[in-house]
Design a protein around this ligand. Structure first.
Ligand SMILES: C[S@@+](CC[C@H](N)C(=O)[O-])C[C@H]1O[C@@H](n2cnc3c(N)ncnc32)[C@H](O)[C@@H]1O
Length: 313
């Protein structure tokens, strides 16, 4: 069979989803996907991206086929993550860690995922792609239960991924990063909207764009907890920056997605006020959608080089 042509050149070169989906191979890895496959406009195979069950089955197939995760499910109403975009963050983060490590992606890294979610997506991808160990934090008990079930259902994952409940909902790092504990990086896909109202209308818009009708439409845009917090992503990321100061010797790189470009100036101001040593922005593109993450460190170049030399050997 012909290899599908590259269709998503904006994705990171190591991203496994740069090619058109090979539905025959995906079905073999996940027979449950078969029920959702239909003919696309050009006679090729596709699924209905407006059908949450089809999107979930596609995710199950991608995770099984590319990442060896044979059991994956999320409760109804929780965020069903686009796997290619989530994988891009992991690969760009790998490049950042490689920069201080003579260009080699470390396989010994320990990463904290702030807000691991019900889907546990970043640890699942990161542990497979680079052998990194993950700690996932979460405030939502249902999300934590779901992520625990995913880890327990797949042999080997509990050695690589551990979860911690953030018991103080308005804290991010305190209580999660323990005394004397170190992480090579933190990552985060922060709650994005600034109110419940905005989260709801964002989900409505998404449904309309996908051609879902109001009546009978299933919510797969995300649980409200996942989508909003007081002050939106600027407030969440600003809080993360301010809290990170106290952990600046325990973490080499703090990072977070910033989904709106116009939020960057406010975030840069907070970084400057916090007195960080270094800020890096990594641009990511998926189709029309432009995204980025920012990374900051309280260590200077020499300190990060020493950190890499001792931890990544
Ligand atoms: C946008 S979702 C991301 C979920 C998953 N990481 C993903 O990318 O699909 C944000 C997550 O952060 C969690 N969260 C919100 N505040 C938090 C906090 N202070 N500490 C840890 N997790 C938090 C939410 O419950 C939610 O699961």
């Amino acid at each position: 069979m012909k290899t599908p042509a590259t269709t998503k050149p904006g994705l990171h070169p190591r991203n496994r989803h740069r090619n058109r989906y090979d539905f025959a191979a995906l079905q073999q890895s996940c027979p449950a996907l078969t029920a959702f496959i239909k003919a696309g406009p050009h006679g090729d195979s596709t699924v209905d991206f407006a059908d949450p069950l089809a999107v979930k089955a596609l995710n199950q197939a991608l995770l099984a086929h590319f990442y060896g995760v044979l059991q994956w499910d999320i409760p109804e109403g929780f965020l069903c993550p686009p796997v290619p975009g989530r994988a891009d963050y992991i690969h760009h983060l790998a490049d950042l860690l490689a920069e201080g490590n003579e260009g080699k992606v470390p396989t010994q890294a320990s990463v904290l995922d702030v807000g691991v979610g019900a889907n546990c997506i970043y640890p699942l991808i990161g542990q497979h792609e680079y052998g990194w160990r993950f700690t996932g934090s979460e405030i939502d008990a249902d999300a934590l239960r779901s992520a625990t079930m995913i880890i327990d259902a797949n042999p080997g994952l509990s050695r690589m991924i551990r979860l911690r409940r953030q018991k103080t909902p308005n804290a991010i790092f305190p209580g999660i990063i323990h005394k004397n504990e170190t992480f090579d990086a933190t990552l985060c896909n922060p709650p994005f909207h600034d109110s419940q109202e905005a989260a709801r209308s964002g989900s409505e818009r998404k449904r309309r764009n996908l051609g879902q009708h109001e009546k009978g439409a299933l919510n797969f845009g995300g649980h409200e907890h996942e989508l909003w917090c007081e002050g939106g992503e600027v407030a969440f990321v600003s809080q993360m920056i301010n809290e990170s100061k106290a952990f600046g010797r325990q973490v080499m790189w703090f990072t977070s997605l910033v989904s709106r470009g116009e939020n960057l100036p406010a975030i840069y101001r907070v970084l400057q006020e916090a007195g960080v040593e270094k800020v890096v922005k990594k641009e990511m593109a998926q189709g029309q959608k432009q995204s980025r993450f920012i990374a900051w460190s309280f260590m200077n170049d020499a300190q990060r080089a020493r950190w890499a030399a001792t931890r990544f050997k």
